[in-house]
Write a protein that binds this ligand. Structure first.
Ligand code: SF4
Length: 167
């Protein structure tokens, strides 16, 4: 068992107050503590790495599309206040990918629901609180390059896959 692949992890999951609302969303789990102790976590906030401020307006991928559509130029990322932040979100995703490849990450554990880090569910672009199946821009680019992406609520499945045991 043990010190195999590294894991790219959302900074807000690690307690960093980097979300659009200026808050963190820490996950407390024995697996995270162990991976941290083993030096296997690589922390990034993709959006902050692309120079986005904290706090910032909430943003969603427009018109019910997903991260893959943003990468291929078929969808935009729009702030609730109307700004087009598509280029910034693409840069954020590329930064996450570059760091993952440079540091040998085989897996990622990202907070679900975010237009960058979401990997199972994202908001539908209407700013009405509705979510749909889909992934954010960073999750999409990581998967495209073979990195196995898990949502925060899938941490035990990640542990089982990467270490062959749940905790
Ligand atoms: S981009 Fe990812 S790490 Fe940064 S605040 Fe959003 S969900 Fe958290």
């Amino acid at each position: 068992m043990g010190a195999a692949g590294k894991i790219l992890v959302s900074a807000c999951l690690m307690g960093h107050a980097v979300r659009y609302d200026g808050k963190a969303k820490p996950l407390h789990h024995a697996c995270l503590d162990r991976w941290q102790a083993e030096g296997r976590l690589v922390t990034i906030c993709p959006e902050m790495s692309a120079g986005m401020p904290v706090p910032r307006p909430p943003a969603e991928i427009a018109e019910g599309r997903s991260g893959a559509d943003v990468l291929s130029g078929r969808a935009r990322v729009i702030e609730a206040t109307g700004g087009d932040v598509t280029d910034g979100f693409r840069q954020a995703a590329e930064n996450a990918l570059r760091l993952a490849l440079e540091t040998g990450c085989t897996h990622a554990l990202l907070i679900d629901g975010s237009p960058s880090c979401g990997s199972r569910r994202i908001y539908d672009g209407g700013f009405s609180g509705r979510k749909q199946d889909g992934e954010g821009v960073a999750a999409a680019i990581l998967r495209r390059h073979g990195i196995r992406v898990f949502a925060d609520h899938e941490i035990e499945a990640l542990a089982a896959e990467i270490d062959g045991r749940p905790i």
